[in-house]
Design a protein around this ligand. Structure first.
Ligand SMILES: O=C(NCCNC(=O)c1cc(-c2ccc(F)cc2)cc(O)c1O)c1cc(O)ncn1
Ligand SMILES: [Mg+2]
Length: 215
């Protein structure tokens, strides 16, 4: 097909959503992915859980691993007060190019720093490059086999501190068994599973919220 799925998602946003209105961007993407083409956005059901965790944490600095088209980036950024921001990492340049336009359409570009690169390469530079002390909230939604190594890397870099909340998508489908085992058995995390469904389907999936208790 001539265009990519992310390009068709962007077109749906440009056709159906209002510039500067994040909720209309979210609604346009959910409608397209439910009625036209499935895509791997966190979606509306798990997205509501994401919203409730963001509101509960009221983070100043958020790290998102895996931007894709920017759907969850917009969900998070729309809830942030002035001065708070989300740094989102995306490895795939085509996804990143679409996400920049979706984030711009939503009018939230001032609250978002999109970084193109592999999480394993970027995380060690976070403190130096972005002046980040520690993240208040980390949303894991990238390659599932990277959840555990990147969590350990964030710990080693001192970017996870007492009270930092990790929220992981897809812990059932596609699944992140080694990550789940780690956060559920580690004495340094308090974990809770929010049962839900794989975006736009009836398949089981869920989000795992893990609070770092400190060393
Ligand atoms: O695929 C890259 N990232 C997306 C990670 N996210 C997922 O893989 C993902 C997958 C699914 C999913 C679930 C069921 C199913 F049948 C198929 C896919 C759902 C989700 O909610 C995700 O979040 C990627 C590519 C690349 O070239 N470089 C860096 N990253
Ligand atoms: Mg996901």
């Amino acid at each position: 097909t001539r265009t990519s799925r992310p390009q068709r998602i962007l077109k749906a946003v440009q056709r159906k959503a209002t510039v500067g209105d994040p909720q209309s961007v979210i609604t346009a993407i959910d409608h397209f992915c439910r009625h036209r083409e499935w895509a791997m956005n966190v979606g509306d059901e798990k997205g509501s859980i994401l919203d409730s965790v963001v509101n509960e944490v009221s983070p100043v600095t958020v790290l998102e691993l895996g931007t894709y088209c920017g759907y969850s980036t917009v969900r998070i950024a729309r809830l942030l007060p002035p001065g708070a921001c989300v740094i989102t990492l995306e490895f795939n340049p085509d996804y990143a190019a679409i996400a920049r336009q979706v984030i711009k359409w939503s009018g939230l570009e001032d609250k978002v720093q999109l970084v193109e690169g592999a999480s394993g390469d970027c995380i060690p530079w976070m403190k130096e490059h972005f002046g980040v002390q520690a993240f208040d909230l980390v949303f894991l939604d990238h390659w599932k086999e990277r959840y555990l190594p990147d969590t350990k890397l964030l710990e080693e870099c001192g970017l996870i501190q007492k009270g930092t909340v990790l929220l992981a998508d897809n812990v059932i489908c596609p699944g992140t068994p080694d990550y789940l085992e780690y956060v559920r058995n580690s004495p340094r995390y308090n974990s809770h599973y929010y049962r839900s469904h794989l975006e736009y389907t009836k398949a089981e999936d869920g989000l795992e919220k893990s609070v770092f208790l400190g060393y």
